[in-house]
Structure formats: structure tokens, C-alpha cells
Design a protein around this ligand. Structure first.
Ligand SMILES: [Zn+2]
Length: 116
């Protein structure tokens, strides 16, 4: 099973080899709260950028360990790149950029990124 996502203008498209999750992380850090990101995490191998590599820019802050990728045409952030607590290359998917995700049905898990 797999699901697909995109930025708003459609320049950036991606595929995730995983089932759609039933829950999402809502983080209160200075970055996530402003963008309203609803995140799910997958191993990098499960993520494929289909189009838009040349349209993406990268924002880093604080420890600069996470590459927040956003579309320079429409401003959406479909995903981020980083390394998980287990040391594995990880992708954070913004479920708001996944049309098949039923956002109202997601169980939201709060993450206190503001206190890190
Ligand atoms: Zn776009």
C-alpha cells in the first residue's frame, strides 16, 4: 500500500510506501505551530520524491538537524528530512499535504517541541 501527497501548486509530488496512519503528531515548537504541521514519520526508504526537487528550498533552525523542505512556488511544506532517535534516516510527512488523509479522523498526539 502507498499514498501520495503534493504541495498546493502541484510542483512537488511524492509517494510514501506505507499505510495511511490513524494518528499524527502536532508539535508546539516555533516552527510547527506557525505552519500547522500534522506529522507522521516514515523511514527514508519508504519515501520517494516524484517531482519538484528543483522547486524545493530548505529551512533549518535551532540545531539545524532537520531539513524542512518547502515549495518555493506556493510555500507549502510537504515534508522534512532528518535522523530519528534510532539513528535512521527519517522523513516527516505533513499529512495536510496528503489529500487522502482524513484530517478530522486523525488522533492528534501532542509533542512539546517548544520545551526542547
Ligand atoms: Zn508548490
Amino acid at each position: 500500500m502507498a499514498y501520495t501527497g503534493s504541495c498546493q501548486c502541484g510542483a512537488v509530488t511524492f509517494t510514501v510506501e506505507a499505510e495511511l496512519p490513524g494518528e499524527a503528531i502536532s508539535c508546539n515548537c516555533s516552527h510547527c505551530r506557525r505552519k500547522g504541521l500534522l506529522l507522521t514519520f516514515v523511514p527514508a526508504e519508504a519515501f520517494r520524491l516524484d517531482t519538484g526537487d528543483d522547486t524545493l528550498a530548505t529551512h533549518r533552525f535551532n540545531t539545524r538537524r532537520i531539513a524542512h523542505r518547502f515549495c518555493t512556488a506556493c510555500g507549502c511544506q510537504p515534508f522534512a528530512e532528518g535522523v530519528g532517535p534510532d539513528g535512521r534516516d527519517t522523513r516527516a510527512i505533513n499529512l495536510r499535504c496528503v489529500p487522502a488523509a482524513d484530517l478530522d479522523a486523525l488522533t492528534l498526539r501532542s509533542f512539546d517541541g517548544a520545551s526542547l
